[in-house]
Design a protein around this ligand. Structure first.
Ligand code: NOJ
Ligand code: CA
Length: 620
């Protein structure tokens, strides 16, 4: 409590935590350099925040600080790796392509569309879970890690998928969900049946719940009648958290990982992997943070005491012997913690997804508001300068858990395609590895749901029933509509045909605006968003400066302008973007050199609304 703020800031974890608090309070990071503020003791923060920071919060900061790691100082030497060069594409199999008319996407459907991915220039597919599951959370609740979900097909289909991908030179990332299993998994059933047996301690059981809450609403504890105890579930009531403290749990997980690697899969996306280490005794979370974030307990386990150790063990014993690639889903983790998780020499993860760029400060997914791309610029500027010299950054706007980016930035149909192209330019020319979510390449927007009956997501239902108690049904529905994960889960829009060509049957969830947005039309149109993505992907491959080259951001303080150079020994590229809806007068001169691609047909003395172009200013 008597540590000075500046000392805390020098610690990697401390730096991230202070940044978060400042962001939340709407204060600038520059404050910390201020001599007076910097010399304040930690205990003072509580007083200065007028009660917005409580003792519990400070105590959890202190215990995080004491993990003892220092900021990795070695810059990465731009070592080559396939996953730095690759463009990834996330497939949400339930909504990608249905092959048998039952309304649910499946593996054979996906196989039938692999040529589509090749044509776009995709190098690797991240496949959301396809394991046997009762589908309480669409496959993120796994019943059997070594079996394919019957709705999606068979293990033979899977083997064929893998070999068809490899034949086309594409790689496969599986989704590894090991923070929790389904309550229908054998391990959980055994744990309930025989509390003193081998599996009795595979999960967290307690006589009394602590105050942690579930991400999908309500307490994170469910009473298990047979054991007369509560079991922990950070997500749905059927997703039981595994106890990683138990060595047997870790050994079983590693066995399973090796089993998939033996089959030849190329790597994994690790679901909420930063949550796997829970602090001993499962202490209560801070109520203040609980209110701030909307869930209680997170600060105790989002960067748990043994996280780094577990990741190193997994890498050493399972991933590394197979040369497998890993990208961790790590919600809530800031830049410095990300460095600790992904710096090359530390041998934990190869890359990570952080989510702080998906909503602007002070907003949550469930707010109906316009996302200001200037925040994206400032987030990226900070990451390009402080993170990407050390680690490979992941670049994405969308996934199956978030509304579509075009819908967040600007709902005006007139700017949909221009805006889609602007987003594409930034994603494929900033420094990092792009992950495109299915449908993003054709500019799909949020689903058009009219009532709760049209939704399918366990998260939306949980939040709705909580919200309607406080703000009433109508307002609750509007919030769900803004943030529902189903917005991005509607079927892929292949063509104008019924159900967008996704299924011959009745789709499991309603389809989107197929008349104006579908892959078939866009593939036949050179000026379409799809063709733009294809061209940009090809451009990225042709110019290694876009992959390994350094990045220099200019015009940092000018609103709505995002400009940067990408450079290697051979060439220099210049990227110029207008992040807003107004014309911007170029202050300096026009870019020199040759324009390689643009979302407008010509150039002008103004940068027009959402204009984005890539220039080559120095060639070999
Ligand atoms: C993150 C996944 O992306 C999400 O869909 C899921 O509900 C949770 N983790 C729990 O597995
Ligand atoms: Ca099907």
């Amino acid at each position: 409590m008597s540590s000075r703020i500046i000392d805390i800031y020098r610690n990697p974890i401390g730096r991230d935590l202070l940044r978060k608090i400042l962001l939340q309070l709407g204060w600038s990071e520059k404050l910390i350099d201020n001599r007076i503020i910097g010399s304040l003791r930690l205990g003072w923060i509580q007083r200065l925040s007028f009660g917005r920071v409580d003792r519990g919060l400070l105590e959890s900061i202190i215990s995080l600080l004491n993990t003892g790691d220092s900021i990795p100082e070695d810059k990465i030497s731009n070592t080559r790796a396939w996953w730095k060069e690759a463009v990834f594409y996330q497939v949400y199999p339930r909504s990608f392509m249905d092959s048998n008319g039952d309304g649910t996407g499946d593996l054979r459907g996906l196989i039938s569309r692999l040529d589509y991915l090749s044509a776009l220039g995709i190098d690797a597919v991240w496949l959301s879970p396809v394991y046997d599951s009762p589908n309480d959370d669409n496959g993120y609740d796994i019943r059997d890690y070594r079996k394919i979900m019957a709705e999606f097909g068979t293990m033979e289909d899977f083997d064929e998928l893998l070999s068809e991908l490899h034949k086309r030179g594409m790689r496969l990332l599986m989704d590894l969900v090991v923070n929790h299993t389904s309550d229908e998994h054998e391990w959980f059933k055994e744990a309930v049946r025989e509390p003193l047996g081998k599996f009795g301690d595979y999960y967290f059981f307690r006589d009394k719940p602590n105050n942690w809450t579930s991400y999908f609403g309500g307490s994170a504890w469910r009473y298990i009648e047979e054991r007369k105890e509560y079991a922990l579930h950070l997500f749905s009531q059927k997703q039981m958290d595994l106890n990683w403290e138990n060595k047997d749990v870790r050994e079983d997980i590693k066995d399973m990982v090796r089993w998939w690697l033996e089959k030849g899969v190329d790597g994994f996306r690790l679901d909420v992997i930063n949550y796997i280490s829970k602090p001993k005794g499962l202490p209560d979370g801070s109520e203040v943070i609980g209110k701030l974030m909307g869930f209680t307990g997170v600060e105790t386990y989002f960067y748990g005491p043994r996280l780094n150790e577990y990741l190193r063990e997994l890498k050493r014993d399972a991933f590394e012997p197979y040369g497998a690639f890993t990208v961790g889903e790590t919600p809530g983790v800031g830049i410095e913690m990300m460095k600790l998780l992904t710096a090359e020499g530390r041998k934990e993860l190869d890359m990570a997804f952080s989510f702080d760029h998906l909503e602007t400060p002070g907003h949550s997914r469930f707010d109906e508001y316009r996302y200001d791309l200037n925040y994206y610029k400032s987030f990226m500027t900070q990451h390009m300068e402080s993170y990407s010299p050390y680690c490979q950054m992941s670049l994405f706007y969308e996934n199956h858990d978030n509304p579509r980016m075009i819908s967040k930035v600007d709902k005006d149909e007139k700017v949909r395609w221009i805006l889609g192209k602007l987003l594409a330019v930034m994603q494929l020319t900033l420094k990092g590895t792009p992950f495109i979510f299915q449908g993003q390449e054709i500019g799909m927007v949020n689903g058009r749901f009219k009532s709760m009956e049209e939704l399918r997501d366990v998260d939306s239902f949980g939040k709705f029933s909580e919200l309607k108690e406080t703000i009433g049904e109508e307002k609750a529905f509007n919030r769900i509509l803004a943030g529902s994960r189903d917005n991005a889960r509607i079927p892929m829009q292949w063509s104008k045909k019924e159900n967008g060509g996704f299924t011959d049957g009745t789709p499991w969830i309603g389809t989107g605006d197929i008349e104006v947005c579908n892959a078939e039309d866009q593939m036949g149109d050179k000026a379409s968003l799809w063709s733009f993505y294809r061209d940009l992907i090809a451009l990225r491959k042709k110019h290694p400066a876009l992959i390994y080259g350094e990045i220099e951001i200019t015009n940092k303080d000018r609103k709505d302008i995002f400009t940067y150079f990408r450079r290697d020994e051979k060439e220099t590229l210049y990227i110029e973007c207008n992040l807003g809806r107004e014309n911007i007068r170029r202050k300096g001169v026009m870019p020199t050199g040759r324009m390689l691609i643009s979302n407008y047909e010509d150039t002008d003395e103004h940068l027009r609304p959402y204009e984005a172009s890539v220039w080559i200013t120095k060639e070999d």
